[in-house]
Write a protein that binds this ligand. Structure first.
Ligand code: ZN
Length: 292
C-alpha cells in the first residue's frame, strides 16, 4: 500500500450502532482531528457526519468501517449499504452512496470488524504476522479476518459470532438469546447473554464463579475453529466483555487444551488483546480510505 502524500487528506467514519467516530488525517498514523456523534436517525447522523467532514476542507477519499450486515459485493447495486440490521430505521441505508454523492470522493467500505482487523494487521498486534482475525465480544460478537493481506469477503463477510459451540456441561439449560439461532456463540457469550443468565456482567461476578469458565470455554472454541478453519496466526480479542480481568488468559489456556498440540503452526498461534485499543476501528477506516 502506498501511503498518502502529506498534502492529501483522507476522511474516515467508524459507523457504530450507538456512535459514529469521525476523523480526518494525512495517513492512518497522522490523525489531524477526531470527533464523535451519537447514532440517531439516518438523516440526522449522516448529515452531521458530512458537515463535520466538510468543515475540515477537501478530502481525497473516505473510508467507512460500518456496523452490519453490509453489502460488500462491488458488482451489486446494493454495494455500500447496511442491509437487514434490526436497528430501527437503518435497514437498507445506502451509507456509502450518501457520502459518495455528497462529498464526490471515492469510498472505501467494509465492516467495522474488518476495518479493525486491517488496522491491527498493518499497524498493531499483527505486525510481522501472515494473517490476523479481529473478534469483538461485547453487545454482540463479530469478527473480521485478514488472509493474504486483505479482508476476507466471500458471499458477504464472516459472521463468526454465529457459530454453534459445543455446550459447557454446566450450561445446558440456558436457551441462548440470539433471535436467529438462540444458542449460537453470540447467543451464549455476548454481554447481554451473560447478563441474561447471571444478572451481572462477567467482571462483576467473583473470579471463582463458573461463568468465567463457561464464557472462556466458548471463546476458546471460537479461537480453535479459526485456527482449524483458516490457519490464522494471530487472533485479537477485544470488546467490553474481554476487559474482564484474566478472561484472555483463560481463553488462551483453554484454547491450548482444545488444540491438544495437534496444529502444525501452533507455535505461531497467538490470542492477544488489541494493540491499538479503541483506535483500531477509526484507524481501519482511514486505511480503507487510503486504498478505496
Ligand atoms: Zn446467532
Amino acid at each position: 500500500m502506498a501511503l498518502a502524500e502529506d498534502n492529501e487528506m483522507f476522511g474516515a467514519i467508524e459507523a457504530g450502532g450507538t456512535k459514529f467516530v469521525l476523523a480526518v488525517g494525512h495517513s492512518p498514523t497522522k490523525i489531524i482531528a477526531r470527533h464523535e456523534i451519537p447514532t440517531r436517525s439516518t438523516a440526522e447522523t449522516l448529515e452531521a457526519a458530512a458537515a463535520w467532514l466538510e468543515s475540515h476542507g477537501v478530502i481525497t477519499a473516505l473510508g467507512i468501517a460500518s456496523f452490519g450486515p453490509v453489502e460488500l459485493d462491488k458488482a451489486s447495486p446494493q454495494w455500500g449499504r447496511i442491509t437487514n440490521t434490526p436497528k430501527p430505521g437503518w435497514a437498507n441505508c445506502d451509507i456509502a452512496g450518501f457520502f459518495a454523492e455528497r462529498l464526490k470522493v471515492p469510498i472505501g467500505f467494509d465492516t467495522d470488524v474488518n476495518g479493525a482487523a486491517l488496522a491491527e494487521y498493518r499497524m498493531g498486534a499483527g505486525l510481522n504476522a501472515s494473517s490476523l482475525a479481529y473478534c469483538t465480544v461485547g453487545t454482540g460478537i463479530g469478527g473480521g479476518l485478514i488472509l493474504g493481506g486483505a479482508p476476507v469477503h466471500g458471499a458477504a463477510h464472516p459472521e463468526m459470532g454465529h457459530i454453534f459451540p459445543r455446550r459447557h456441561s454446566h450450561d445446558l439449560d440456558f436457551e441462548g438469546i440470539c433471535p436467529h439461532h438462540r444458542d449460537c456463540l453470540e447467543g451464549l457469550a455476548s454481554g447481554p447473554a451473560i447478563k441474561a443468565r447471571w444478572k451481572a456482567s462477567l467482571s462483576e461476578l467473583p473470579s471463582d464463579h463458573i461463568a468465567h469458565e463457561i464464557i472462556a470455554e466458548y471463546l476458546a472454541q471460537l479461537a480453535h475453529a479459526l485456527f482449524a478453519l483458516t490457519a490464522v496466526e494471530v487472533i485479537v480479542m477485544g470488546g467490553g466483555v474481554m476487559k474482564t480481568p484474566h478472561l484472555l488468559d483463560r481463553v488462551n489456556e483453554r484454547s491450548s487444551q482444545l488444540g491438544a498440540g495437534y496444529f502444525p503452526g501452533e507455535s505461531k498461534h497467538k490470542i492477544v488483546a488489541p494493540s491499538l485499543g479503541d483506535q483500531a476501528g477509526i484507524t481501519g477506516a482511514l486505511l480503507l480510505a487510503s486504498a478505496p
